[in-house]
Every structure is written in structure tokens, then in C-alpha cells.
Design a binder for this molecule. Structure first.
Ligand SMILES: [Zn+2]
Length: 394
């Protein structure tokens, strides 16, 4: 059969069009659709596909993001997509009603465990002072066990923002003494000793950027007992740490008058106000954990009172505790009387670190990765307190 000239022209045009169309293609946006649809499209037009999976609440395989999502694309060019992988709550043991450890430290001293006369990292008989060696081990342990630090002030407000499957932990330091050792360089800048508490925390901040390193320091009138007190406090505020109230002179609140109680708390707020107005947290760590009951007459002066004509309001108090605190979403949560874990060693007994984290392995808060949603197993629903957040049960 002889093909006429006219037919040759049509055939040539048809072939040219087919090849041309395959070379430059208008991009179709598959966001919100299933990855299988995109796979067909990619094959049809000889494109390359790169898939990144992230955990989300969308159905597994849903395209959350496509790059590029519009414009034109050439043959063999790449489309990159972020695809959802559904969270299996049971498998992850998500429980946002679990307990949260608030660690109570005092001084950290540049010592090895074998240089102390007491159990492991304890420098004194009660384990209030801790060796730098053990403190480093603690931090390493928390990180490896999947704990991520959050600010105490966020915890009190029920703002818990940690990665999916991880657990929050809070660090507190009382008394100021032995929390930081500083000198100054020739430029007049603060130089932090790498073996003091803050030096070690800063090192971990660099080593593990996803650790969320932060801590709250509860101070008395002597602050850090350093000639650079005010500079240190400002440095801490600028580097993601918080300063709280531990009273002016560390009295036993069950043994002083109501007037003295207001002076001890109000006076300390007054001092912090003069240095870092509005930048400290209105949280009190109770000296000696006293009073032991909220019914004590002085307790109201710790929460709300006035000093020198100025009113103050405390949003939370910390006890000298022994175990982890309930989740802020739990019915049992009481910000005004929080429990802490004493960060000390006692061969796994008497609520030392080892014992507490063994208990926490069964009872800990495990995050769903979304700070705006509270995810809990169905059987715990009756433990849920009042909340404005969305609740997700499974
Ligand atoms: Zn103290």
C-alpha cells in the first residue's frame, strides 16, 4: 500500500507529538492521594520517585507533601514525596496519662564515683551532692531510654511537646551552690567550666540536639554564690534555662510565722524581679520540702500573698519527693504540690534513680508526638482530668 504524502505528514506529526509530550509534562499534584496513584503516573511518564515515610495520623500511604507539586517536569526528573505511616498506638504504647519524672538535683561536683565515701555518685550521705561522673551517666541514661527534656513551666501548663514514642523528663537544681563554676576570658565574657552542672548540660546540648536540654534552677538570696551572679542568671535565661524561687534564706516553712513566710517568698520574687523582670518562673521549690501538707497555715503564703505592698502568685510548688509526678492531664495532677525524684544512688532501693526508672518503664508518659492531642488507652479514660485539648483514645 502506498501511503500518500498527506498521511505521512499526519503520521510524522502524531509521532512528534507523542515524543514531545513524554519529554515535558505538566505536573499533577497528588497530595492527599494514595501513593499507588502516583506510582502509575511516574511509570507512565518515565519519572523518578523518592519516598520519605513519616508517622502521622493519616492512613498509611497517603501523600502528605509532593515536591515539586506544580509546574512542568522533564522525563527522568525526580518527584519527591513525604508519605504517611499510620501510628500503631498499641505497638508504641502511647500513654499521655503516664507519669513524668521531675528530677531533683543539688550540686554537681567535679569528682569520680570512686573518689567518694558513699554509694556510687553520692558525695554526701543523703546523695544531695552528686559527682560529675554520675551526672553524665544520668544524662546518657535518660537520653538512651527515650526521655527528652521539657521545661517545668511548660509541664505545669500542660504543654508537652516531645517526639512520637518519647517520654518527657524535667531537671531541677536547688540551692544554686555548685551548679555553675565560671571564670572570665580576656574579653570579659563568661567561661563555663565544662565539669560543672551547666557545663555538662551544654555539652549534651551539642551532642544530642534532639534532647531538648533545659533545666530550672531554684535560688536563694545568695543566688549562685558567685561574683558574677547577675551575669550568670542572664546567661541562663538567654540559653534556654529557667530560674525559680527557693525562698530568701531556706527556712523550714512549718517553723516560721505567716509574716516571715510572705517575706521569704515575696522577698525572693522581689529580688528576681529586680534582675530579670517577667523572665523568671513563678514556681517555688519548698526548702526541705516543708510544709509537708497543703493545710499548713503558711502554705497559702507560698501560693498567694503580698510583700512590701506587691502581690505575688505562685503557679506551682515542688516537694522534696521520692517518685515521678502524674501527667498534667491526669485527675491526680496538682501543680501546687508536685512530686520530685531525688537524683541519688541507693543500689536500686528507697526510690533512688534506678528504682524509679524501673517503675517508670511500666508507668511512663509516652508521647503521640502531637502537643495538641492527648492520646490514651481506653481503659485509662476515667483518669483523665479536665482539658481543652482534643482527646484521642484507642
Ligand atoms: Zn534547698
Amino acid at each position: 500500500m502506498v501511503i500518500s504524502m498527506k498521511k505521512w505528514v499526519i503520521l510524522f506529526f502524531f509521532c512528534w507529538c507523542m515524543i514531545g509530550c513524554q519529554h515535558t509534562q505538566e505536573i499533577v499534584n497528588f497530595e492527599g492521594k494514595d501513593i499507588d496513584e502516583l506510582k502509575v503516573y511516574v511509570e507512565d511518564y518515565y519519572l523518578e520517585l523518592e519516598i520519605e515515610e513519616i508517622y502521622s495520623k493519616e492512613k498509611t500511604g497517603t501523600i502528605l507533601k509532593q515536591i515539586p507539586s506544580s509546574g512542568k517536569i522533564e522525563k527522568n526528573e525526580k518527584i519527591k514525596v513525604v508519605v504517611s505511616k499510620e501510628i500503631n498506638y498499641e505497638e508504641w504504647k502511647i500513654n499521655e496519662l503516664g507519669n513524668i519524672p521531675i528530677m531533683m538535683y543539688h550540686g554537681i561536683q567535679n569528682m569520680l564515683d570512686r573518689e567518694t565515701d558513699y554509694t556510687k555518685g553520692n558525695i554526701d550521705i543523703n546523695g544531695y551532692q552528686r559527682t560529675s561522673e554520675s551526672f553524665k551517666h544520668d544524662l546518657e541514661f535518660y537520653y538512651k531510654e527515650g526521655y527528652r527534656m521539657i521545661r517545668l513551666s511548660d509541664f505545669v501548663k500542660g504543654k508537652i511537646d516531645v517526639e512520637l514514642g518519647k517520654s518527657p523528663i524535667i531537671l531541677t537544681f536547688d540551692d544554686g551552690k555548685h551548679n555553675i563554676d565560671v571564670s572570665k576570658n580576656e574579653k570579659g565574657e563568661l567561661v563555663i567550666d565544662p565539669n560543672c552542672a551547666i557545663g555538662i548540660l551544654e555539652e549534651f546540648k551539642k551532642m544530642y540536639p534532639d534532647f531538648g536540654v533545659t533545666a530550672t534552677f531554684f535560688l536563694n538570696e545568695g543566688l549562685f554564690e558567685s561574683e558574677y551572679n547577675e551575669e550568670i542568671i542572664k546567661w541562663l535565661i538567654n540559653h534556654g534555662y529557667d530560674i525559680g524561687n527557693h525562698s530568701l534564706n531556706h527556712p523550714d516553712f512549718s517553723k516560721i510565722t505567716e509574716e516571715q513566710a510572705s517575706k521569704q517568698i515575696g522577698g525572693m520574687y522581689y529580688l528576681l524581679d529586680s534582675m530579670i523582670p517577667k523572665e523568671y518562673v513563678s514556681i517555688v521549690a519548698l526548702p526541705f520540702g516543708s510544709p509537708y501538707s497543703k493545710d499548713h497555715v503558711n502554705f497559702s503564703h507560698i501560693l498567694n500573698s503580698s510583700y512590701e505592698g506587691k502581690n505575688y502568685h505562685t503557679i506551682a510548688t515542688l516537694r522534696v519527693g521520692w517518685e515521678a509526678n502524674p501527667s498534667p492531664f491526669s485527675k491526680q495532677f496538682d501543680a501546687t504540690f508536685l512530686k520530685r525524684i531525688r537524683a541519688y544512688d541507693n543500689n536500686g532501693m528507697d526510690f533512688d534513680i534506678e528504682m524509679n526508672f524501673k517503675i517508670l518503664s511500666e508507668t511512663r508518659f509516652i508521647s503521640d508526638g502531637d502537643p495538641n492531642i492527648i492520646t490514651i488507652p481506653k481503659y485509662l479514660k476515667s483518669n483523665l482530668g479536665k482539658t481543652t485539648l482534643k482527646v484521642n483514645t484507642y
